[in-house]
Design a protein around this ligand. Structure first.
Ligand code: ZN
Length: 211
């Protein structure tokens, strides 16, 4: 932070100045031109007051908002536009970092659980065979192939993993979905993993509501 004396701040019409010297509570922070107080001390004091009687401060804040709606809304709007870009890019960054982390984690898991994976794979194949009716035909195969292509395309577009899912699970407890064209859907892998054999996202496009 740049050092600027109170006089300088006053002549420049600023509300804060900065001496670089610690306050009596050891904050090296800006001070208010109007009453010389350290802004960190001011924050601490406000926090203490709030804790003493939260309701009083919330009501005070609410009534201030009610009485100054226009200017308060303008302030919020300004804050929103100033921070929109930053918040958005932060959120995106976190999201993609998580995607990378999850992928690393599943690669690691796969490497350490080769036998279990083999067993799962065989069981899965068995279940698919059991869920495939004798009338499985060209249309079913066509939709399935298209679904895999769609999953790949969506991965390229969004950077997250997508999977071909059976809307009604083929391994649910009381119902058994079929391995047929009108039971396929392409959903984000993280939704599919949270679904497992639960009866959720069993209707077309129901999953979109969970994004
Ligand atoms: Zn202070």
């Amino acid at each position: 932070m740049k050092i600027i004396s109170r006089e300088e701040a006053l002549t420049n019409g600023l509300k804060r100045y900065f001496t670089g010297i610690a306050c009596k509570n050891n904050h090296v922070a800006e001070r208010a031109v109007s009453n010389f107080t350290c802004l960190e001390c001011q924050k601490d004091k406000a926090k203490k007051n709030y804790k003493k009687d939260p309701e009083k401060w919330i009501n005070r804040r609410m009534s201030y908002y009610q009485n100054n709606k226009d200017s308060e809304r303008q302030k919020m709007k300004a804050y929103y536009t100033d921070n929109y870009e930053k918040q958005n890019s932060d959120r995106k960054k976190r999201y993609y970092e998580d995607v990378e982390k999850n992928r690393r984690y599943s690669r690691e898991w796969a490497k350490n659980n080769k036998l279990l994976r083999k067993i799962n794979h065989v069981n899965r194949k068995k279940k698919i065979i059991q869920a495939t009716p004798s009338w499985f035909a060209e249309l079913d195969q066509f939709v399935l192939s298209e679904a895999y292509l769609l999953a790949d395309l969506r991965y390229k577009l969004t950077g997250i993993d997508w999977q071909v899912d059976h809307m009604v699970p083929i391994n649910a407890k009381n119902v058994c979905g079929l391995h047929v064209w009108n039971n396929f859907q392409v959903i984000p892998a993280y939704l599919n993993n949270s679904k497992k054999n639960k009866l959720i996202f069993i209707n077309p496009f129901e999953w979109i509501g969970a994004l």
